[in-house]
Design a protein around this ligand. Sequence first.
Ligand code: SF4
Length: 82
Amino acid sequence: MANKNMKHKLNIPGPWYCTDPDDDSGEGCIACNVCYTGAPDFFKEDEDGNAYVVKQPLTAEEIELCMEQLEACPVASIGKDG
Ligand code: SF4
């Protein structure tokens, strides 16, 4: 489960977030590019390739798309309890 105390500083405020790559729990983003290629309207990469949330999903379709990224993230770096 993503660590909401280690959010990437560029996340737009709201429940959905990505965690910082420096998260010591081992759940920090590893720049695998899954989320920002799978849902580019909602996730972007910073200059190091690490992900952050740029738009909060609102509709059922948007939330489903973001849930797919959350489940696909290999290090549990996407949270929706922020
Ligand atoms: S899927 Fe996870 S590890 Fe991959 S870029 Fe997105 S937040 Fe980072």
